[in-house]
Design a protein around this ligand. Sequence first.
Ligand code: UD2
Ligand code: MN
Length: 609
Amino acid sequence: MMAPCRRLLRLLPVILTVTVLSAVLLWTTREADSSEDSDREYWLAVRSAGEQREYVDHKGIRVVVGHYMGDPASAANMPNLTDEVINSNMFDPKPNEGKNGQPVMIPPSQLVKMRQLFHINRFNLMASDRIPLNRSLPDVRKKRCTNKYKKIDNLPDTSIIIVFHNEAWSTLLRTVHSVINRSPRSLLNEILLVDDASTRAFLKKPLDDYVAQLPVRTKVIRVPKRAGLVRARLMGARRAEGKVLTFLDAHCECTTGWLESLLARIAEDRTRVVCPVIDIISDDTFAYVRSFELHWGAFNWELHFRWYTLGGGEIKRRKQDISEPFKTPAMAGGLFAMDREYFFELGGYDEHMEIWGGENLEMSFRVWQCGGSIEIVPCSHVGHLFRKSSPYTFPGGVGEILYSNLARVAVVWMDEWKEFFFKFTPEAARLRDKQSVRSRLELRERLKCKSFEWYLDNVWPQHFFPKEDRFFGKIRNRRTGECLHKPTGKGSLNQPMGAAGMSPCETEPILVQMFVMIQGGPVMTDESVCLDAPERDHSTTQPKVRIMACSGLNRQNWNFNPRTLAMEHIASGMCLDLPRSDNTEDSLVLESCNGYPGQQWVLEDVAWK
Ligand code: UD2
Ligand code: MN
């Protein structure tokens, strides 16, 4: 009786944290180029995405935790939907609907049906089906971009590879038409649509017939048995004839100039793997929303992909030319271009990765550690339809699949840090020994790839992972015996923002009580959040100490004094102290250093490997 229930409970955190491009987006508006980036619209879109959790800090730092619930969709759990409906193509375009990226308004009489159809693809299918396949989009690039990539006669051509499993007709073909309409024809070698064993009737012969009449050579490649996106992409890549492979998800819309800027970067250096800025197509209204350009990709302690903000120094450098490409430690995974031969030289993809997830980090580590680089090209903007849940099945179970894929990433590429990952991600640790990774380890050997330590030090110096020369563990107060913890916010998901508080120390190390400290530097924890004391508070008595997005600013630097056990806040010269009240909800404060036990801290090492 209890077993299925417990299983569900165990899976709940998995389900809630499985993130797809799903993002913890962190930034300070103060640092951000907010006048140029229309981040307000962006936030409105994110908010309208409903279940996205977001948090806005007093200081203007915002965090969004987008998450996926990968529950499988079948007619059985789609309310009132028959197989006939699911298999029919309801594409019914209205000439001006969605024009120029505008949102679609559904007539009130249709709302009930609209909600029903939403379940099929986990986006507003009715809205999508009202928008023409060749709708216009604004040119969202910075002005500088317009002339920057004008010369295209020496650029390599590309095969566009789009894999899909049961995609809607309108989103799939709008992706195709946006490629055709907004790419220089001479650069398009072909479009390859890889059908990963879809079951929808309209994706069979009707699709073959449709693509046959397109002005750009377009092929449908059929995968006989569900292969997952990795093997489907590989199948496309092996058939491709273009010099460059450009991958897109099956629900994208490309904007003017998206391709030239990507190809130009590869023409200069074939070891560059290049990504566009990923804009947002609303799953609700299909509005095209320009996204923030200063984000780069990395991951958290559980190896979930995350967006972070360019640090202060990097932004200053980029102020000279904000349209210049910048390097990113990891890529989101779905939208990128790469020299075809280089793709295969570097080992393509790990063929043992199933269905969805992990392949983006695997490729990111491999590219960086084996001599290439990954960058985001701000002059290239492609919209992607972000969903809050996954519409398709995960044969074998979503947790099993995702964590097997991640276990493979860790075992092959992360050296000592794999132990850290497995220690704190038991879902993956369980699957560790089931992975045969010999051929991938041989690949790493053959390519003479660098260590994960090299990657952390050189590609992601701002990282918040433990290291030999850093403290990792619990920070315990001498007076109360309690431990510093990362705020969890209201509700269930960790919302890594808010007051720095204390809680009874757990004997089993738990992530929210784990901190990484660099002497004279930041006290950091997962998701790139840091112990922070805002400068302007220093004049007031007992300024509050908070947990905020790591910024590299001096106000986040601390010095641990091993003699007095004080945590000295470098910018103010004050010491970390307990709040005057005994309310543990209250945040820690800064106080002039007095040597009392409330200001004494014990750094308790926890083994991480
Ligand atoms: C993100 C990536 C996605 C992929 C994924 C991690 C972006 C915008 N998207 O999730 O490309 O890297 O993270 O794995 O960066 N598909 C199949 N067969 C399957 C499952 C999926 O062909 O068994 C297709 C699917 O139809 C889609 C593509 O793979 O075209 C990506 O899947 P998704 O859209 O569900 O992934 P997404 O955007 O949530
Ligand atoms: Mn997608």
